[in-house]
Design a binder for this molecule. Structure first.
Ligand SMILES: [Zn+2]
Length: 653
């Protein structure tokens, strides 16, 4: 558990922060494994080849280092009262030279390092409402000529050597040594050259350990690039260090999902085939990527704050109904900062926040569509989710932004007037007003619909065609939160509508409706469902019962036969009179035949005009004897049963 497991499959880790240059993003989409070293000259990235899930990321591999002295061996509840995180900062002198041959040692002054840690301190105090503050417990220099940082193993080696005096030789492999709770061992290395990290460390800006749970008490290890020959190389370090400390606290990356179709809310347990996870690509979050130098440290997202338990002014939706919530930009000093709403059907939680690039910790508006990525980041109302624990395509609690709109006009936020509805349809979020300017607010209309259950039974499982004794379908609409929503229940067989009944919402029959099946229902097995349609589509969802079946048996028929006379002389004819009766049918139809012995004498096709009866003359017989006469009614379609009369004896003398 405490081993710094060597990352496999891929040689850089979650916790790694790399400059996600557009070139590297595009290249990452094309390269399944290995470091993607963005070439400085790659100004025209190839169109990304969509690869589902984590393959489209710059860095994401799990790096489960957990200091043996950190939380695992001491319950969080038993912590001391301090919430100050101790940073042991080591300034690495790797002996690198820049393009002019000037060695890097001394590029980072103590004052610069202090300015960095001060900014990161201010950042985390602000974002955590004081729950996470930092202090520099030590600031030392470590000379390691020829240090390399191209791979995670290289960086582990730097950590191991730089921390030997503090934690002992080979502490990185030790079961007992390493940073304690709220202790962070931070190695800062200068940039090698004049670029901003695209060649130094093969593009890795930072690396940090990620414990399996989020907590403000975790410690960890951090590597970051900071300082060099340009001002940007100094200013950019705050984002890197703030980000890696976020990893040390247990936060995963903030990214964006995107679907080829108009699907706004994909299944995060297993992504649909047309959806991709652009993990780490969110320019409005500290746990996202930096898409440009020197754009400041963006605020920590609402789900990130919630996971750390440091969310103030966060409103959890109180359940069903429609309400409008006014949001201040995330990171504001006052006002409701975010809301979270649970979809009552899927039980998934959605975080809603208003982001403004004018906030103290600004996001970075950027349109990546011209660079070959289908993402546009800008100020506005954002809908964010966390990947579930069983996700096959994202890390547990990996944060994803849900972009909105059609593929060609998609944005990472809801502009004023645009709505987002969850996959179940139970939750709709509308940015009803989005302000700009000095003190903007956004109004978000939240509609949470209930999904009242419908049950369906039948009073009996069989009935007979045309019989007046029919089965009755009984539907019951269940209450949600003690309320039965208004609406109608439609009884259906397949797409055939049998009838619709308004649902009583109060009284002893509240929620109960019934429908007698028609007598004319044809013979056979019928399967019915009851469909609830709400009177107000903002109150409840359309819901459907399970199926209930009723089997209709054919109507019973009888055939009466009389022969007159029943005793005739040879050469003389008798008459046979047939009367067909069908229960529930006044004038039965269908073929009826008269037989003498096995010889069919005549078939009459009964019509309504026959009124069920007819008379035929039997043959004249030349020989004496007794003959058997019978009548057979063939029935009518499948709905009326066949019947045979009793045999009548005709005696010829
Ligand atoms: Zn990272």
């Amino acid at each position: 558990m405490h081993r710094p497991a060597r990352p496999s499959r891929r040689d850089h880790a979650t916790g790694a922060r790399r400059r996600a240059s557009l070139a590297s993003l595009a290249a990452a989409a094309l390269v399944a494994t290995g470091l993607v070293a963005p070439a400085a000259s790659a100004t025209t990235p190839a169109a990304p080849t969509p690869v589902p899930g984590p393959e489209v990321v710059v860095d994401h591999e799990s790096f489960p280092y957990e200091s043996p002295r950190s939380d695992v061996r001491s319950p969080l509840r038993a912590l001391a009262d301090t919430s100050v995180h101790a940073l042991h900062v080591v300034l690495l002198d790797p002996g690198w030279a820049d393009g002019t041959g000037k060695p890097s040692g001394g590029w980072i002054t103590d004052a610069q390092a202090t300015a960095l840690t001060d900014e990161v301190h201010d950042y985390w105090v602000d974002q955590s409402d004081g729950a996470v503050s930092t202090t520099v417990a030590s600031l030392t220099r470590f000379r390691y000529p020829g240090a390399r940082c191209a791979t995670v193993d290289d960086i582990l080696d730097i950590w191991n050597r730089a921390g030997a005096s503090r934690y002992g030789t080979n502490w990185i492999e030790s079961e007992t040594a390493g940073p304690a709770q709220r202790e962070h061992f931070v190695v800062l290395a200068p940039y090698r050259g004049s670029d901003l990290g695209e060649t130094t460390c093969a593009g890795t800006l930072g690396l940090g350990s990620v414990p399996p749970t989020a907590s403000t008490s975790h410690g960890g290890i951090v590597f970051g690039l900071y300082g060099g020959r340009t001002a940007a190389q100094l200013s950019d370090g705050a984002h890197t260090l703030a980000h890696e400390l976020g990893h040390n606290l247990g936060l995963q990356h903030a990214g964006t999902v995107w679907c080829d179709s108009n699907r706004p809310d994909p299944n995060l347990t297993r992504f649909p085939s047309d959806c991709y996870n652009y993990a780490y690509v969110d320019s409005y979050d500290v746990m996202g990527t930096a898409l440009a130098p020197n754009v400041g440290v963006p605020a920590l997202s609402s789900p990130g704050r919630t996971r750390l338990g440091v969310h103030k002014d966060h409103l959890t939706s109180p359940g069903y109904g429609t309400r409008t919530v006014r949001l201040s930009p995330l990171g504001s000093a006052t006002g409701t900062q975010a809301i979270s709403v649970v979809d009552p059907v899927s039980r998934s939680r959605y975080y809603v926040e208003f982001r403004q690039s004018s906030a103290p910790w600004p996001g970075h508006a950027v349109d990546l569509t011209s660079q070959g990525l289908p993402l546009r980041f800008g100020d506005g109302v954002r809908v964010v989710r966390l990947a579930p624990a069983d996700s096959a395509d994202a890390f547990k609690n990996e944060q994803v932004l849900l972009p909105q709109g059609t593929p060609s006009g998609r944005t990472s936020f809801l502009p004023a007037g645009r709505s987002f509805t969850t996959a179940t349809g139970a939750l709709t979020l509308t940015a009803s007003a989005v302000g700009t300017g000095a003190a903007p607010v956004a109004d978000v209309r939240v509609v949470v619909r209930s999904a009242p259950p419908v049950t369906l039974t039948a009073s009996k499982s069989t009935q007979t065609y045309r019989s007046s004794s029919v089965a009755t379908l009984r539907a019951t609409l269940g209450a949600v939160d003690g309320t039965i929503p208004a609406g109608t229940i439609t009884f259906k067989e397949g797409t055939t509508r049998l009838g619709a009944v308004k649902v009583p919402t109060s009284g002893t029959s509240a929620g109960k409706v019934s429908l007698a099946l028609p007598r004319t229902l044809g013979a056979g097995k019928h399967s019915f469902k009851a469909v609830f349609t709400p009177a107000d589509p903002n109150v409840a969802l359309r819901t459907v019962s399970g199926a209930t079946s009723v089997t209709v048996s054919p109507a019973r028929s009888t055939v009466a036969l009389s022969v007159s006379p029943t005793r005739v002389s040879t050469g003389t004819s008798a008459k046979a009179t047939v009367k067909v009766s069908v229960a529930g049918v006044t004038n039965p139809t269908g073929n009826t035949s008269v037989y003498v012995g096995s010889t069919r004498i005549k078939t009459v096709k009964l019509t309504a005009a026959h009124r069920g009866t007819f008379t035929v003359s039997l043959p004249r017989y030349a020989t004496t004897g007794t003959r058997s006469v019978k009548a057979v009614y063939a029935g009518s379609s499948a709905n009326v049963a066949r019947a045979t009369s009793a045999v009548v004896r005709l005696t010829v003398v």
